[in-house]
Design a protein. Sequence first.
Length: 206
Amino acid sequence: MTTPPPQQNPYAQQNPYAGQQADPYAGQQQNPYGNQQPNPYAQQAPYPQQGAVPAQGQWAHPQWGHPNQQAAPTGCRFCGGAPAANVTFRAHQGLLILMRFQKLDGLMCATCGEAVYREMTGKTLWQGWWSPFSLFFFTPFTLLSNLFTRRKLKSLQPPVPGQHGPQMPAGVPLHKRPLSYVGLIPPLWFGFLIISAVFFGDPLAG
């Protein structure tokens, strides 16, 4: 008598996924951020440490000062002597319809300042009257300005000998310079015209 063949389970089917490949992500790092690059902004602060001296051409705090900063001069600009005052002397020249202005300023001692006063005022006394505006405005203002500036220097003591360099020669005083009296001609002429108009009338009137 023959033995019947064993019955097969109709539900015992093979696994359709048994022949597929392994997980493609196997062996890789599970943390996708594990290879993250370092923070490019995590750098050292660009500001210098406190007390560091700034490089040349770099901005410096006003309270720290600057390594190349030099002390302001305190002596005369011509001889270096002291005491000295910061003054400005002017000269004016009138040329009919044109005018020219000059000035010389800076720290000056009493001796060098007197030399500058005589030079600038002497030029104005004989060159500053030859235009209408110069006659009435600019030349008188220049002369008065130089006079008050000279009084400021007169209050200074002369520099101690041996503590200054060569000083400017003062030259001849203004009242001993013949050209200084040329400046009297335009005012005298203008005064003569006024007196003639007041006492004798207008000579051009018919």
